[in-house]
Ligand binder design. Structure first.
Ligand code: HEC
Length: 103
């Protein structure tokens, strides 16, 4: 049991060590968006897709949710979990995902 707890702790430490010492790695942050916006931002349903869209468009939308200038039901609350640099990273990340898996 003690050994198991040790393994879990090791796994936790390894997961926490993101690239370049980032607090949260971008793909990990982006996973929390997948629930609504689809895998890598490819939405299967009515939710807007994020994959392959202009980074600037996505970033402006996110900042609009942040300052309340863009109407939102949930995004206004979600963006509050990130700072501007992280929102920029997320916008860049989704802009570079392929919009279709099978072209
Ligand atoms: C609980 C579901 C949910 C989650 C999780 C979620 N979104 Fe959204 N997103 C929405 C909805 C709904 C909208 C439409 C605006 C609104 O009603 O808030 C939206 C709109 C957006 C838009 C604007 C798209 C457009 O074309 O207008 C962007 C960009 C966006 N989300 C990015 C993200 C990012 C990045 C994350 C992860 C950090 C995320 N979303 C997580 C539900 C979600």
């Amino acid at each position: 049991m003690k050994a198991l707890a040790g393994l879990v702790t090791l796994g936790f430490l390894a997961a926490g060590a993101g690239p370049a010492g980032a607090v949260q790695s971008v793909p990990v942050m982006a996973e929390s968006c997948a629930l609504c916006h689809g895998m890598e931002g490819r939405s299967p349903a009515a939710m807007p897709s994020l994959a392959g869209r202009e980074a600037e468009t996505l970033f402006k939308a996110l900042m609009g949710f942040y300052d309340g200038s863009r109407p939102a039901t949930v995004m206004d609350r979600i963006v509050k979990g990130y700072d501007a640099a992280e929102l920029r990273d997320l916008a860049e990340y989704f802009a570079h995902r392929p919009p279709e898996i099978w072209p």
